[in-house]
Design a protein around this ligand. Structure first.
Ligand SMILES: NC(=O)c1ccc[n+]([C@@H]2O[C@H](COP(=O)([O-])OP(=O)(O)OC[C@H]3O[C@@H](n4cnc5c(N)ncnc54)[C@H](OP(=O)(O)O)[C@@H]3O)[C@@H](O)[C@H]2O)c1
Length: 246
């Protein structure tokens, strides 16, 4: 493998992954709505369109054809999708629910849009590359709180549900992918609690040692990617490589 594609590369985790792979001497394709704040000869940038308008997904075909041309040209063997959303400040303040009474259409729609619909548009757009590239690895960042069997604490209705649906979607797509590309691996991945804008308001009561820096998380996720086998396709994996239950 000579190159890595990072979707949502401006995220804390995505940016740290980009730096990690650049340090390893690989070419990194940075796909994001935002530019990197550093430059490197092996860092290529693709500007992401805003996929949040209520469009038909097919309208983005030209964009995905050009992304596929680029990943083919650079022989990308590894793809991370780091897009996700949990809360926002500002005029329309949205925060994960502590109780059912705090659920709202605005919160549910936004959470599903960014954590499910946008990742699925990318998966569908890159599908022609995934089905034809031997040994391709696609790691979709998800969250352990999306595990239904692991839900002990309750709360966070919208985010939990969006990540559970994302896990189901990736599992289902992994079955379809196996039919055309037996050596591919498509998984969901819990990165572990990582210091970022997404986790910032929820870091106060964490057990000591649980919060990882983005650089630590990037190292862990790169190790999982390196050890990932085709037979593991469809699984939800933890940052340390353990299999998590759905
Ligand atoms: N941090 C944690 O503790 C933690 C724990 C469990 C799971 N995760 C998951 O890991 C992934 C990365 O998390 P992070 O903490 O690194 O996140 P982050 O720094 O907050 O970045 C979130 C990413 O999502 C993108 N995004 C947000 N809204 C978008 C939209 N409407 N359209 C397209 N892209 C959009 C952002 O792009 P822009 O910069 O362009 O807005 C950014 O790249 C997420 O899927 C998250 O759910 C994180």
């Amino acid at each position: 493998m000579s190159a890595v594609l990072i979707i949502g590369a401006s995220s804390s985790i995505g940016g740290a992954l980009a730096k990690y792979y650049l340090q390893q001497g690989l070419t990194v394709i940075w796909l994001s709505r935002n530019s990197p704040d550093f430059s490197e000869s092996k860092l290529l940038q693709i500007k992401a369109p805003d996929l949040t308008e209520p469009d038909e997904w097919a309208l983005h075909q030209a964009f995905f054809s050009s992304v596929i041309d680029t990943v083919q040209q650079h022989q990308v063997g590894l793809i991370f999708n780091c897009i996700g959303w949990l809360h926002q400040d500002g005029e329309l303040r949205l925060s994960p629910e502590k109780s059912l009474s705090q659920s709202s259409g605005a919160l549910l729609r936004k959470t599903l849009l960014v954590n499910l619909e946008v990742p699925v548009i990318y998966l569908q757009g890159l599908w022609p590359y995934l089905t034809k590239t031997p040994g391709i690895r696609y790691l979709q960042l998800s969250a352990k709180v999306g595990s239904i069997s692991d839900n002990q604490l309750g709360g966070w209705y919208s985010y939990r549900s969006a990540k559970a649906a994302l896990n189901q979607w990736i599992k289902t797509a992994s079955i379809e992918l196996k039919r055309s590309n037996k050596t591919a691996a498509l998984v969901t991945l819990h990165p572990g609690t990582t210091d970022s804008a997404l986790s910032a308001p929820f870091q106060r009561n964490l057990p000591v040692g649980q919060l990882q820096s983005p650089a630590q998380t990037a190292e862990h996720l790169a190790k999982v990617a390196l050890q990932l086998q085709g037979e593991q396709s469809g699984l939800l994996l933890n940052w340390d490589g353990r299999v998590l239950s759905f």
